[in-house]
Ligand binder design. Structure first.
Ligand SMILES: *Cc1c(COP(=O)(O)O)cnc(C)c1O
Length: 405
């Protein structure tokens, strides 16, 4: 069956509106994606029928809420092919997931060790490691990238050495769209016994990941980038790693026993889930996962690849149009500049015509620094974008450029 983008669009009520008198063309999906009716309905149903706190009460609503939440844990486990459900932890998002690991490693890291990340990371996969290294005296190293926005793997053997405790990097760059050679990097890390973490913020909505096939120690997803609610993420960790990591936060739900003198911690995953979880978000995320899997991640990826090809070709005919990030292996993100214009002005004039793009550093200041630019404008495509929208975007961009020159 061919990909029916118009049927998919019907499932996203937010898309059907006018902005400044023009149809909304939403091309800011790398920042956050919209929510299908199934997600909105699941949240409404939860509050209409089942709402109660989880893991505590014996009463029916509490049991229903607990069952619904744990069913999503099971679904996530299957989605990424984790070995066991206990290896799936719910967090507040990727940022929270990475902080959980980086904080915990503070108890394990020695000053002579190092942490390796890349020149292509989101701030949430830079700052927690900087904080960890500051606390422990360990060194932070970066795998560099070339002018196409691809990692320079010739440095891998030198940078990742026997003192490397952790290698952490993203699967797909939110700023440039580069798809990184995950297995090559993981294999070097494993050869020296380093722990590994992959930031899957941009893989979640665009690619299927099998954590056992990768044999990665930690993997993290963000619900709001995957058509689910904000404020929710997943941290997958191998059991033997999670058991070594001390918990990030203390409180209810994460303990086995508490006396005035001392507490003992619950087993994973609860050890890392202090406090009342984002129950509504977890249930909405479950609906988002079902939705993605019904449409099919491979079908979505193929549609987005076609959009990327079309947009790259058609936009490149605009005089002075320059793409930042031209990796061979690339996801549906176009970061760009147009000669003689400022990205911020382009963003404002595009919005006036109903087109939503992101402008600025995209939480990746070091990447912008390497290209010696202050920022870019960025169009990023999702399962519900169309070829007609790319035509509308191109026409709006040409009008904006004419006005600014
Ligand atoms: C969005 C994003 C993050 C941050 O995710 P949150 O869940 O919003 O904290 C991290 N890394 C990448 C590559 C992202 O695109």
């Amino acid at each position: 069956m061919s990909y029916d983008v118009h049927a998919i669009r019907k499932e996203f009520p937010i898309l059907h509106q006018q902005i400044h008198g023009r149809p909304l063309v939403y091309l800011d999906n790398a920042a956050t994606a919209h929510k299908p009716l199934a997600v909105i309905q699941a949240i409404t149903d939860f509050y209409t029928k089942d709402n109660a706190n989880v893991h505590r009460g014996v009463h029916t609503l509490s049991q229903r809420s607990t069952d619904a939440m744990e069913a999503v844990r099971t679904a996530v486990c299957a989605h990424i092919n984790a070995r066991e459900v206990a290896e799936i932890i719910f967090t507040r998002g990727i940022t929270d997931s990475i902080n959980t690991v980086a904080f915990g490693m503070g108890a394990l890291l020695q000053p002579h060790q190092n942490v390796v990340i890349t020149a292509l990371e989101h701030h949430s996969n830079i700052v927690p490691w900087q904080m960890l290294c500051e606390r422990t005296g360990a060194a932070l190293r970066y795998i560099p990238m070339n002018d196409k926005g691809e990692l320079d793997l010739s440095t891998l053997e030198v940078l990742v050495d026997e003192n490397t405790a952790m290698v952490a990097f993203n699967h797909i760059s939110n700023a440039l769209g580069t798809i990184n050679p995950v297995k090559t990097i993981l294999s070097r890390a494993k050869a020296v016994g380093a722990w590994t973490l992959v930031d899957g913020a941009q893989s979640g909505p665009h690619a299927l990941v099998d954590v056992q096939d990768w044999d990665v120690d930690f993997f993290t997803l963000s619900s709001h980038k995957m058509y689910g609610p904000t404020g929710l993420g997943v941290l997958y960790g191998k059991r033997e790693r999670l058991e070594l990591l001390p918990p990030y936060q203390g409180g209810g739900e994460m303990i086995a026993t508490v006396t005035m003198e001392k507490s003992t911690y619950a087993d994973i995953p609860h050890k890392f889930e202090a406090g009342t979880p984002h129950i509504e978000g977890i249930i909405g995320f479950g609906a988002a996962l079902d939705y993605i899997n019904t449409v099919g991640v491979d079908a979505i990826a193929a549609h987005e690849a076609a959009l990327l090809d079309y947009a790259t070709t058609t936009l490149s005919t605009i005089d002075g149009f320059r793409i930042i990030g031209t990796a061979e292996n690339k996801a549906s993100v176009i970061s760009f500049l147009v000669e003689g214009t400022h990205p911020y002005d382009l963003g404002v004039l595009l919005d006036q015509q109903g087109v939503a793009v992101r402008t600025g550093q995209h939480c990746t200041q070091p990447i912008m620094d390497q290209f010696c630019i202050a920022g870019t404008a960025r169009a990023s495509f999702a399962m519900y974008n169309t070829f007609e929208e790319i035509d509308l975007f191109k026409a709006a961009l040409e009008r904006a450029v004419t006005m600014l020159r």
